[in-house]
Design a protein around this ligand. Structure first.
Ligand code: NI
Length: 184
């Protein structure tokens, strides 16, 4: 089932999400729905707050980009209760977008590598280093669980230049070719 994406201005995007346990109701169904919603909207990552649930759950599918970046060939993951242990390596600047912030792309600086502890869909624990584009996707989605959006990471000048566009989204004045929801 395709779920509506909560957009900029929705209060759920600003909450710190909570850990879940294996008893979380209909978790498998939710994960399937998030993958379906993400691929239908051409996303490569989706965090549960973006579908209106303040829980620490992320789905990622970087495989559509493997043509350009072979390291993403098998990068399809469910990440539950993640915590970033460390960020390291060079700072890298790259253009990002977000399904919750339609039609805006901006260059964001992030560390090249990240170590996270997390559980997979079977609640098996992992402690893993991601790097390159995978590290960027993980950090962007992780931010969603902390109530942070990529636009928060821009310089004061870029933020100022985006103010009216972001304001318009938060008033529902935008177009997207996927189902959206705005709940203040
Ligand atoms: Ni996003």
């Amino acid at each position: 089932m395709i779920l509506p994406i909560y957009v900029y201005g929705s209060s759920i995007l600003r909450k710190v999400a909570q850990d879940i346990n294996p008893d979380y109701p209909n978790l498998k169904r939710l994960i399937d729905d998030m993958f379906e919603t993400m691929s239908q909207s051409d996303g490569i990552g989706l965090a549960a707050p973006q579908v209106g649930l303040s829980i620490r759950l992320i789905v990622i599918d970087g495989t559509p980009l493997a043509k350009d970046d072979p390291s993403l060939k098998d990068f399809r993951k469910v990440i539950i209760n993640p915590y970033i242990e460390e960020r390291f390596g060079e700072k890298v600047i790259y253009s990002e977008g977000c399904l919750s912030i339609p039609n805006i792309h901006e260059e964001v600086e992030r560390e090249e590598k990240v170590r996270i502890s997390y559980l997979d869909e079977n609640f098996t624990a992992h402690n893993e280093v991601f790097e390159g584009f995978a590290a960027r996707i993980v950090q962007h989605e992780y931010d969603h669980l902390e109530g942070i959006l990529f636009t928060d990471r821009l310089s004061p000048i870029r933020k100022q230049l985006l103010r009216s566009k972001l304001g318009a989204i938060s008033k529902g004045k935008f177009t997207a070719d996927y189902k959206c929801r705005l709940v203040k």
